[in-house]
Structure formats: structure tokens, C-alpha cells
Design a protein. Structure first.
Length: 356
């Protein structure tokens, strides 16, 4: 089996961050979402993985490399425009050859892995197997209708009137039969080759297509709310590991990760949280469910429930909550004002805010 990870797309729901970086590289607990996807595939015993990239493919390749650190052999496959998930299969057809493969959207987080689903696919080997989950708003997803035995009856992309609350999560297992199905579909009304149409073509031709309701934690990290929620879930599972220097006046509670070369001075760290290497935290409170990237300075500040990317400087700001602060951003507080601050700042932004 091979792997195919989709890491193109524009990420409009994660702007302003995706103006300067692919959404799949947004960090959760200081690690890119794409990294978690690749780890899940590796844990299936799959080592040969193709990554579909778009115009920012160079950033993805720079961040992930050739896969050796993950025990993977990566091949980067260029898609000139986001023309649909089924189009990605076409782009990767030569790479995939006659192998079965798992296709995985690179902005999806599955905490709990894919081992059970992969074993079932290998044992039963249907033409396709899709992972689904119950959602409150199925009209925003590809929706699967199943029979009593878990076989797919129909698939509809973002239906106005859904016939099921089972959304396709963005993880698919395929045999080579999918290539013929992709060649037989046409672009949808939105101009894309939909993977739902290709899977429906397999169903209509009498091929066995199964579905599994995923029981673990799943998140589509394409929005800020979802990204922060996923960050909380992952941080809840960490264990403490302090490699930097913590002075005698600082207090650490709960599981706290502090990277090498980081200095914690006169501060309170309330886990679960993680702080990357080379940071300075002085006279600050870093609250639970916060991830701070490398080479940041946080002084006289209070930050909780947030994601802070690398090279950020936050000074004199109290009450930062539920925030995402982009690479190289500068946040400075004034002496007047009060209340919580929710900041969504893109890379290299600079802002002055009122703080208590």
C-alpha cells in the first residue's frame, strides 16, 4: 500500500495566516498538522507517500523534507490548480501505479490513528473504504448514506437537503479500481472533479464500497476555531519535559514542555502547554492549552488557550485568549484598558492593544 496526502488548496478560512503559508503547515502543539497526517500513515506500515502540493509546494518541502526523519520516502507531486480531490488522484496516477493506497487530506487531524480501518480494508479489500463521522451540519460536507451492513448506498457532495448525518472525513482507502472511476467522471457545478462522484461511480457499477464510522477524535483544522480546539485536545495528552532554564521564582503546574535554550524568569506556567526552543518568558503567565513556537519573547504578558507561532514578541499585554499569532508578529500593550484580548494576527503583523 502507498499513501497519498493532499497538501494543496488555498485555505481561505484560515486567513490571514494562509496568505503566507499553506494551511497544512499550521501548528498544533508546535508541530505542523501535516506532520501528524504523515505519522498516522507511517504507523500503518506505509513508507512510500506522495504529497500533492500547489503553488506553495516549496514551503511544504522545506518544512517536511524527504521524509527520512519520519521513516518515509516522500514524493512531491505538483497540482497546477485546486481542481478537486479526484483530480489529485489523476495527478498521482503514475506514482500510485497498481498499488492500493490510503488518501488523506493534509489538514485533517485524527487522534487515535487509522490502524483498525486499515486492517479491515486489507482483510476485506473492497474497491473503496471511506471513513465517516456524525456531524451537526452535514450540508457542508460530502455525505454518505449507508445500508444496515455498512455498505455505501449513495454519496452527495454538500447536499442542500442531506439524507444522512454521516460526513466523509477526508480519509479514503482505494484499490486501483478508483482510477477508472475517476476517468469516467466530469467536473461538478463548481468546476472540480469530486472524489464523491468517483466513489459513487464505483457504487453504481456494482463495486463493493464500505464505510466505517470513526470512533476517535477528528477535526478539520481549516478554521481558527477548529485549529484551537484540536490544539487543546493534543495538549491534553502531553507529558512534561523541561529542557530549558527555569529560575527559582517561577512556578510550573501541570504538564509543561520547555524547549532547549529557553529561559523562564519570574513566570507562572500552567499546563498543559508547550514552549519551543530559544524562547524568553519573563514576568509572564502562560496558561493552559497554549503552544508557543521557537524563538519567541513573552514579557509582562498573560496568554492562554492560544497558538503562538515562531519569532513572536508579546509585551505588556494581559488577557490574551483564544488567539492565533503568526510568525514574527509584534504585540505590545498600553497601560490603559481592560478585558480579554482575542487576537488573530498574520505573519509579521504589528499591533498595539489596550491591556489591563
Amino acid at each position: 500500500m502507498k499513501g497519498l496526502v493532499l497538501s494543496g488548496g488555498t485555505g481561505t478560512r484560515l486567513r490571514p495566516f494562509t496568505y503566507s503559508m499553506p494551511k497544512q503547515l499550521m501548528p498544533v502543539a508546535n508541530k505542523p498538522v501535516l506532520h501528524y497526517c504523515l505519522e498516522n500513515i507511517r504507523d500503518l506500515g506505509v513508507t512510500s507517500v506522495g504529497i500533492i502540493v500547489g503553488q506553495r509546494g516549496g514551503q511544504v518541502e522545506q518544512a517536511i523534507g524527504d521524509g527520512a526523519d519520519l521513516g518515509l520516502d516522500l514524493t512531491y507531486l505538483f497540482q497546477s490548480a485546486p481542481l478537486g480531490l479526484a483530480h489529485c488522484v489523476t495527478v498521482a496516477e503514475r506514482f500510485l501505479g497498481d498499488d492500493d493506497f490510503v488518501m488523506y487530506l493534509g489538514d485533517n487531524m485524527l487522534v487515535g490513528g487509522l490502524a483498525d480501518a486499515a486492517r479491515d480494508f486489507a482483510a476485506r479489500r473492497p474497491a473503496a473504504k471511506v471513513l465517516v463521522t456524525k456531524v451537526d451540519d452535514p450540508q457542508h460536507y460530502g455525505v454518505a448514506e449507508l445500508d444496515a451492513e455498512g455498505h455505501v448506498v449513495s454519496l452527495t457532495e454538500k447536499p442542500e437537503h442531506p439524507r444522512s448525518d454521516l460526513a466523509m472525513m477526508g480519509v479514503y482507502f482505494f484499490t486501483p479500481a478508483v482510477h477508472e472511476a475517476v476517468r469516467g467522471i466530469r467536473p461538478s457545478a463548481r468546476g472540480e472533479l469530486e472524489i464523491t462522484d468517483a466513489v459513487q461511480r464505483l457504487v453504481d457499477s456494482g463495486r463493493d464500497v464500505t464505510a466505517e464510522v470513526y470512533q476517535g477524535y477528528w477535526a478539520d483544522t481549516g478554521g481558527v476555531r477548529e485549529l484551537l480546539g484540536c490544539n487543546r485536545v493534543v495538549l491534553d495528552a502531553i507529558t512534561g519535559d523541561v529542557r530549558g532554564r527555569v529560575d527559582g521564582t517561577s512556578v510550573l503546574t501541570g504538564p509543561v514542555v520547555v524547549g532547549a535554550g529557553t529561559e523562564i524568569v519570574g513566570s507562572r506556567l500552567e499546563g498543559p502547554l508547550t514552549i519551543g526552543a530559544g524562547c524568553v518568558v519573563r514576568n509572564a503567565r502562560i496558561g493552559p492549552h497554549t503552544a508557543v513556537g521557537q524563538n519567541c519573547q513573552i514579557e509582562n504578558a498573560d496568554v492562554q488557550e492560544s497558538i503562538v507561532l515562531e519569532n513572536v514578541h508579546v509585551e505588556g499585554v494581559r488577557g490574551v485568549r483564544d488567539s492565533v499569532i503568526g510568525r514574527g508578529a509584534r504585540v505590545r500593550g498600553t497601560s490603559c484598558g481592560s478585558g480579554a484580548q482575542r487576537l488573530l494576527l498574520g505573519d509579521q503583523a504589528s499591533i498595539q492593544v489596550r491591556s489591563a
